[in-house]
Design a protein around this ligand. Structure first.
Ligand SMILES: [Zn+2]
Ligand SMILES: [Zn+2]
Length: 340
């Protein structure tokens, strides 16, 4: 049996992609080895590529949108067995002993790990993962799609289900890109009156296909005025990384509405606080979720027919794949495929 595998790594901040051969690692206590079938390329992988994560150790194999099969288990692994399909996402495990964990809020663990940042991720034929990072993948979700639900998917799904909107209320998705195209589908499937907001009309027919009841072209119309014609949005999920555009949307909220921002724009927001006060509105961040939240996302997606739009590349073409993702020409997510 072969004892080595291919991985794609970055060996220094700002370094180039290197496809190298490494020993296949053995899982330690509480860990499993995953034979990786697919791994999404995420905008957050720039933290590894460009050295933007304080204290990051190199060389590092990125990748936190992983789908594959358990291939070996370490000691003290009880609920997982070889052959099981699993996903590994941004949430790379928690300590189970800090105060947040003792309160059951594992996502907020003070020692939480991030897959592909604190330990090697899924740009590899095999990777190790702690059991606290594992989600079971339903049989009818293909591996190339499953990885997407482990980061982009769980982020928007979990944000939407915790944002306070009830069935029938207006929920707007701002930006129809990697996060937004999933957000529109989830909002529709969760029973919200779904509004897609984007600049231009080239994504209108797609947004409607994905389930949007309304489409607002923010370059031709004032998004706030259009949202207020619908009574205001109970929730606006802002996924376009444009601080000015996001800030302006506060006035498009209904009373008690929430503007949720799950991905950080480069600039700070400038919020009209009078609007927050007079409408009892709020602005909130959202941080991904646990592995079980990701499994909920997978199960809901399988149940309701939510699919990411992806383009696939083999691991050997990681540099092209990464560039394509950053070019903005991709519709909408790039996935590396491994083992076949
Ligand atoms: Zn990601
Ligand atoms: Zn903890």
């Amino acid at each position: 049996m072969t004892t080595t595998m291919h991985t794609a790594q970055i060996s220094k901040p700002g370094g180039e992609w290197e496809v190298v051969e490494r020993e296949i690692p053995e899982p330690g206590t509480g860990h499993v080895r995953v034979k990786v079938e697919a791994c999404g390329i995420c905008h957050s992988d720039v933290f590894v590529k460009d050295g933007l994560w304080p204290g990051l150790q190199y060389p590092r194999v990125p990748g936190h949108e992983v789908a594959g099969r358990i291939d070996a288990v370490g000691d003290n692994v009880r609920a997982w067995r070889p052959g099981q399909r699993v996903g590994v996402g941004w949430h790379g495990g928690h300590c189970c002993v800090c105060d947040q964990c003792r309160r059951g809020d594992f996502t907020m663990c003070v020692q939480r790990k991030v897959t592909g940042i604190d330990f090697d991720g899924g740009y590899a034929e095999y990777m190790l993962a702690p059991v606290t990072a594992l989600a079971a993948i339903p049989e009818d979700v293909p591996a190339e799609e499953a990885g997407q639900f482990m980061c982009a998917g769980v982020t928007v799904y979990n944000a939407l289900r915790h944002a306070g909107a009830r069935a029938g209320e207006v929920v707007a998705i701002h930006g129809i890109g990697g996060l937004g195209h999933l957000g529109v589908q989830y909002a529709r499937q969760m029973g919200f009156e779904t509004v897609a907001i984007n600049r231009g009309n080239d994504k209108e027919s797609l947004a409607r296909q994905l389930g949007a009841h309304h489409y607002i072209d923010a370059s031709a119309h004032d998004a706030v005025t259009e949202l207020q014609k619908l009574g205001g949005a109970r929730v606006i999920l802002a996924t376009a990384p444009n601080a000015q555009a996001i800030s302006a949307l506060v006035d498009g909220l209904s009373p008690s509405g929430t503007l949720v921002v799950p991905a950080a724009p480069a600039e700070p927001l400038t919020i009209n606080v009078g609007s927050l006060i007079s409408g009892r509105r709020s602005v909130a961040g959202w941080y991904a979720g646990t592995a079980r939240d990701a499994q909920d996302t997978l199960e809901f997606s399988a149940l309701t027919g939510v699919h990411p739009m992806i383009e696939t590349y083999p691991l050997q073409r990681v540099a092209d794949a990464y560039e394509h993702m950053h070019s903005g020409r991709v519709r909408f997510r790039v996935v590396l495929t491994l083992h076949g």
